[in-house]
Design a protein around this ligand. Structure first.
Ligand code: TYD
Ligand code: MG
Length: 455
């Protein structure tokens, strides 16, 4: 059989090809495919007869102590990082330009420096004087952290090698750093990957905590390679809507803690301030007694969060009615609409539908289905959901309402915020809360409740 000693691999997504081509079919990246030497077979013989070094294999029992964590004292930041920063770990903080990444890191690192940790902040985007000005405005001028403005990887590594490496190093942003050994421009896939690999290997070698800022492209991915996400230990996204002052720091990957944890901040004139009770904030501007609004009792990470879901159903004369969704999955909306149509006889196919999660939060849980359905049905019927009611439950394709996890925590948060009723899946226990539970086993029951039985 003919041998293929070489193959071609996409450097962005890892897809492999027999022939070179200009564009990767998997990720549509241009010029990302390069030739790689293939391993012929997995045995030591196949590696040219040379034997490697045998690695020691150990059991699962712990032989070293759990890692020490550095906490900044900014509780929302510490929570999103899984309880503090671990020595030698690399973190990626992604987000849209202008969302507040530099502000967040300046505040967090200044707090860590004030607690006696050696912190260095390297900026490739702003001059040191600009950062000093911002620090003075935020009242952080006295923090003993050190600043540097540099974009050359060689300069950055030389600076770090001159003295004892810092405990915490911020690189803002990875798209501005370049390695002069590569021809490509800063911010390209090759540069971002090479610089990140070099910086992360420095961090691991010297035990420095590396915080890398990465800008996000229009389609929501960290610019350049997804591979950056594989290289770091923790990936945090800093999200928020431009028009809102709320910012959410969301952990999407964490080798040292739980994911889906969020930290909530508010952007003020004096920088980012923590929001200890996000539910109160997300519900603060809510007008009660308006049709098309429902309060969803959700869980973000380990924390219950109440949010308002708003829906507007408007008649449309267009051939393809509009479906606009902010803060929720549009595929999931299509599913809820299909179930309302097929199981409850509510034809919404000729209506424009707008769905919005108030406050700029992005809800990912299927448990929000029932609240979304309630907001839609309420908007259609003009009957408001009683203002003191929270709703949660997952809708199945059959039209049943399925139970969801952590019902207790959701109800407890609702009771704490003064809600008195809850519309929940059947068999949900109140768990000692003083809420009046109304169970809803089928979606049909919800539609009937709003006197809109379409059958
Ligand atoms: P920045 O941290 O520079 O964003 P990023 O690093 O993600 O690009 O934040 C810039 C925005 O934050 C800017 O539009 C102004 C706003 N901002 C405030 O509203 N208050 C403040 O105290 C600071 C420092 C910034
Ligand atoms: Mg910035």
């Amino acid at each position: 059989m003919a041998k293929h000693p070489h193959h071609f691999a996409c450097q962005s997504c890892g897809a492999s090809y027999r022939k070179w081509q200009g564009r990767c079919d998997e990720c549509n990246e241009w010029n990302s495919i390069t030739e790689e030497a293939a391993l012929t077979s997995g045995t030591p013989k196949g590696l040219g007869g040379k034997r490697g070094r045998a690695v020691s294999l150990v059991g699962l029992e712990q032989t070293i102590d759990s890692p020490e964590r550095l906490t900044s004292g900014i509780a929302e930041f510490d929570r999103a990082t899984g309880g503090g920063l671990v020595a030698g770990s690399a973190l990626l903080i992604g987000g849209d330009p202008g969302i507040g990444k530099s502000t967040l890191l300046l505040q967090a690192v200044a707090a860590l420096a004030s607690k006696g940790h050696d912190c260095v902040y390297i900026s490739g985007e702003e001059a040191s004087a600009q950062i000093q000005m911002r620090a003075a405005r935020l009242g952080l001028g006295q923090s003993p952290m050190r600043l540097g403005a540099a974009t050359s990887l060689r300069d950055i590594l030389t600076t770090l090698d001159e003295s004892k490496p810092p405990e915490i190093l911020v690189i803002d942003s990875i798209q501005t750093v370049f390695a002069d050994s590569l021809d490509s421009a800063p911010g390209t896939v090759a540069q971002v990957r090479a610089c990140a690999a070099e910086l992360i290997s420095f961090a691991k070698r010297r035990g420095t905590i590396m915080l890398i800022v990465g800008h996000v492209t229009k389609d929501g991915q960290i610019a350049g390679p997804r591979v950056l996400e594989h290289m770091v230990d923790t990936v945090l996204y800093f999200e928020g809507e431009r028009g809102h002052q709320f910012r959410i720091l969301r952990s999407v990957k964490n080798r040292y803690g739980g994911t889906d944890e969020i930290g909530v901040f508010e952007m003020t004139g004096q920088g980012l301030s923590e929001v200890a009770n996000p539910s109160q904030l997300f519900l603060s501007d809510r007008a009660s007694d308006v049709a098309g609004s429902a309060v969803f009792a959700g869980i973000e990470g380990t924390r219950p969060v109440l949010v308002e879901i708003q829906a507007l159903v408007a008649s449309s004369s267009a051939a393809n009615p509009r479906r606009a969704v902010v803060g929720w999955d549009s595929g999931r909306l299509a599913m809820v609409l299909a179930v309302l149509d097929a199981r409850c006889g509510l034809g919404l196919s000729s209506s424009d539908i707008y769905l919005n999660v108030a406050g700029g939060l992005k809800v990912g849980e299927p448990a929000a289905d029932l609240a979304v359905a309630a907001a839609l049905v309420s908007s259609l019927s003009g009957v408001a959901v009683p203002p003191e009611t929270v709703i949660f439950g997952e809708i199945s394709l059959s039209g049943d309402v399925r139970p969801v996890a952590q019902a207790d925590a959701r109800l407890k948060e609702a009771a704490k915020l003064g809600f008195s009723k809850a519309l929940v899946p059947a068999n949900t226990k109140s768990g000692g809360n003083h809420l009046k539970l109304e169970s809803c086993a089928r979606l049909h029951a919800l539609v009937e409740r709003f006197a809109l039985d379409g059958s």
